[in-house]
Design a protein around this ligand. Structure first.
Ligand SMILES: NC(=O)c1ccc[n+]([C@@H]2O[C@H](COP(=O)([O-])OP(=O)(O)OC[C@H]3O[C@@H](n4cnc5c(N)ncnc54)[C@H](O)[C@@H]3O)[C@@H](O)[C@H]2O)c1
Ligand SMILES: O=c1ccn([C@@H]2O[C@H](COP(=O)(O)OP(=O)(O)O[C@H]3O[C@H](CO)[C@@H](O)[C@H](O)[C@H]3O)[C@@H](O)[C@H]2O)c(=O)[nH]1
Length: 464
């Protein structure tokens, strides 16, 4: 089966970059990315590719090459579904904020809406691909909706979880460690659908890196991969606290441990805590699934990864208060970095939000600088926590466009995102313009202790 038309529902951090790369690598396929968010679609269609809504190195170039040729962004969801042979569902699956499973389970409202819309619109057979991260066995629910509310149309459901990391999405998509495709391995129609998707990726990914499994293994592998990755960060962060008490240095420990080829060097960078839209949400979902099967020990085991991460964010903030003579009330704290990691404008679950919130509870005044995050996003993130009124957040937090301005007259600077440009700052100038003693808290182990102390800073770093 040769796929000619692809539709992707959801033009977010996954749908946009993923489809842009498929369109670039498969010029014979028309790819239409649709979304109900008109503003987002307008931004994807902005004449100036630098204004697309997702900040991701290398993405503007890919969009520029394919957009208008075989890559289209549109709000006309029905039309795109109707035309497509293959439909990717790439909508958000956040943690539920209400009802059963509140604060743990994935909210599948948007997934179900997509399924019902496909069922309503489709007139010919479709392959439906789960691109969103979903609880294991969601494909069964999708199939149920599609088969029972449709009009005789036959559907094949595939699971094709996405493993890209933000900030390196284009590189990850162009050279993935593996592509995972789960499908109905028992039937010839199922195998044919899987082969159709394998063929798309095979345009640029070596066949041996394309893995096919049954649907449930594929769905569960995505949650497992994120749980393992996040667990490594929480493991090294747990050690960072012990390092601070014992005189060991967490960077040295990570290096020594990571050189064991059985352990490996990646994902052992101690930090103020992991953020991002995926790790916490997916682990909570895993914990919820385990609990729903009565697997208490399994649930408790994974929940500890989140408990450790929350502790890391809190203890970083608490250390700022303690070091500043047990009060930050009325003191100006400069926050350098708001994104959850460098090279993205995504702030979802960023550690910076929680550190700032903690300091605001202690009546600090916060000045934020981040090279890609917009002022309104900073306020939206703080408002979302509902800790205080929106007016209060606006009166206590200032967002500026220059790191030096952020640090002027500050009692302390906290580096919360590992943006390269923070390494290059003229720290002497920063120091000169701060109140003394000038405190510098490095939540990313980005800076060099020796040179910062020579400048005059009181320097505190995670795990050292
Ligand atoms: N962000 C990542 O790095 C990443 C990586 C791998 C997997 N994932 C998973 O991919 C999924 C999408 O994540 P994201 O970060 O792209 O989310 P996102 O919030 O950036 O984008 C989702 C988009 O879907 C749209 N949408 C929701 N319901 C819709 C509907 N019924 N019709 C049309 N559009 C609709 C929203 O308007 C939004 O623009 C999630 O399940 C996530 O867990 C994310
Ligand atoms: O050694 C490390 C590595 C990461 N982090 C932090 O962990 C968070 C997540 O980072 P990363 O995994 O690089 O970015 P994400 O975009 O969240 O990507 C993760 O989540 C995606 C969504 O599911 C998956 O597709 C990716 O494979 C998975 O890496 C960030 O706050 C990082 O700063 C650390 O603190 N130390």
């Amino acid at each position: 089966m040769k796929i000619k038309n692809i539709c992707c529902i959801g033009a977010g951090y996954v749908g946009g970059p993923t489809m842009a790369v498929i369109a670039q690598k498969c010029p014979e396929i028309d790819v239409t990315v649709v979304d109900i968010n008109e503003k987002r679609i307008a931004a994807w269609n902005d004449e100036d590719v630098e204004n697309i809504p997702v900040y991701e190195p290398g993405l503007p170039e890919v969009v520029k090459e394919a957009r208008g040729k075989n890559l289209f962004f549109s709000t006309e969801v029905d039309a795109a579904i109707d035309k497509a042979d293959m439909i990717f569902i790439s909508v958000n699956t956040p943690t539920k904020t209400y009802g059963i499973g509140k604060g743990m389970a994935a909210d599948l409202k948007w997934i179900e809406l997509c399924a019902r819309q496909i069922a309503r619109v489709a007139k010919n057979d479709k392959i439906v691909v789960e691109k969103s991260t979903l609880p294991v066995r969601t494909a069964a629910a999708l199939k149920d909706i599609l088969d029972n509310t449709g009009n005789g149309v036959k559907y094949q459901i595939l699971s094709n979880p996405e493993f890209l990391a933000e900030g390196t999405a284009i590189q990850d998509l162009k050279k993935p460690d593996r592509v995972l495709i789960g499908g109905d391995v028992e039937t010839s129609e199922g195998k044919e659908a899987m082969e159709a998707l394998v063929n798309i990726y095979a345009s640029w990914v070596p066949r041996e890196n394309i893995l096919t499994t049954n649907v449930w293994s594929s769905e569960l592998s995505k949650l497992t991969a994120n749980a393992f990755l996040a667990q490594r960060v929480s493991s090294i962060n747990a050690m960072s606290e012990l390092c601070e008490k014992t005189g060991a240095d967490v960077n040295e420990v990570a290096k020594a441990v990571g050189m064991d080829s059985r352990i490996g060097a990646k994902f052992l960078k101690s930090s103020v805590g992991f953020g991002g839209s995926c790790f916490q949400k997916d682990i909570l979902n895993l914990v919820y699934i385990a609990k729903s099967f009565g697997l208490k020990e399994v649930a408790d085991y994974w929940e500890q990864v989140i408990i450790m991460n929350d502790h890391q964010k809190r203890r970083f903030a608490a250390n700022i208060v303690k070091t500043l003579y047990n009060t930050v009330s009325g003191k100006k704290i400069a926050v350098l970095g708001w994104a959850f990691k460098k090279d993205t404008n995504d702030t979802r679950e960023s550690a910076a939000i929680y550190v700032a919130d903690y300091l605001l509870n202690e009546h600090a005044e916060i000045v934020v600088y981040d090279p890609t995050v917009k002022e309104e996003q900073v306020y939206a993130d703080l408002d979302y926590l509902n800790t205080r009124s929106s007016e209060e957040n606006r009166s206590k937090v200032t967002v500026v466009k220059d790191a030096y301005v952020a640090c002027e007259e500050a009692h302390a600077v906290a580096v919360l995102t590992e943006w390269d440009e923070f390494k290059e700052l003229d720290w002497q100038t920063v120091y000169r313009n701060m109140l003394k003693p000038a405190f510098l808290f490095d939540g990313r182990r980005l800076l060099d202790r020796k040179t910062k102390e020579e400048v005059g800073f009181e320097y505190y770093a995670i795990g050292n």
